[in-house]
Design a protein around this ligand. Sequence first.
Ligand code: GA4
Length: 327
Amino acid sequence: MVALSTKPAIEQFPYIETCCTTSALFTSTSNSIPLIDLSNPDSKNLLVKACEEFGFFKVINHGVPLESISRLESEAIRFFSLPFSEKEKSGPPSPFGYGNKCIGRNGDVGWVEYLLLNTNQDSNSSLGNNPDQFRFALSEYISAVKRMACEILELMADGLKIQPRNVLSKLLMDEQSDSVFRLNHYPPRPDRISNLIGFGEHTDPQIISVLRSNNTSGLQISLREGSWISVPPDEDSFFINVGDSLQVLTNGRFKSVKHRVLANSLKSRVSMIYFGGPPLSERIAPLPSLMKNPEQSLYKEFTWFEYKRSAYNSRLAENRLMHFERI
Ligand code: GA4
């Protein structure tokens, strides 16, 4: 049994409003979430379409070995099952480490506990009682998922007909790539509470996010017109999000997807997410091959460092790109 610490009190947690369009909130539209088979020769075009329409899709035939997925999931479950006093030794997240209920540093809370890790540096923080085994599982999984993310970014470049095909993937391959890894545990919701928010609505600031979860539901994505759709869980597949930086790199052609997690289940949800980011000094601007002239850029000039600093100073639900749009 995994216990969360006692504060903040349950009354302080955000809920979703169910007064108006409950059916729209919970309509199961599994058919409409794009499914991309990476072994399909047409996947490059399907990827582009999915990124333009949803900023989100599900991937099969991804090449990530199932053993590395289940090895890391077991390590994550082992870690989250430790007594709170043990897990606390890996926190607080500043920004890396163990966090419980508090997300970021600006007052956001959710029914979640998590571990945030830097993918490029060996963290000094303690990682439970078998840290070497945990670190091995992490590095094996992150390498495989990063490879898949790069393959997807190269297929996107092919689909967009831009050269060289590693124009996006090189940002993740760079030794200085500022990528992050997150393990989330959403404990079952308390009996008396429904519609509890696990992780509030937001877009991811990075280029691309690769998510895998166990078979517990909770993830929802927002469609352009503002309704939310539930994403049926699938532990054998990966879900890919377009991040804010990819929206800018494609001059708004790809949409970074707003998403959230409801801790609405009686089962625990465990998710693992790789957030592929560029080096801090990288200039984030529309790729020249996607514009006729620089005047067409929808965004002001900025580096990833500047965007990240602004993101970390914001609340989760804020529209962070707004401050970087050209008027
Ligand atoms: C969202 C994507 C990643 O989970 C994350 C999050 C980060 C955090 O948990 O510390 C942020 C959030 C995320 C965006 C706005 C800021 C920063 C919480 C928050 C309120 C690790 C990231 O890079 O940005």
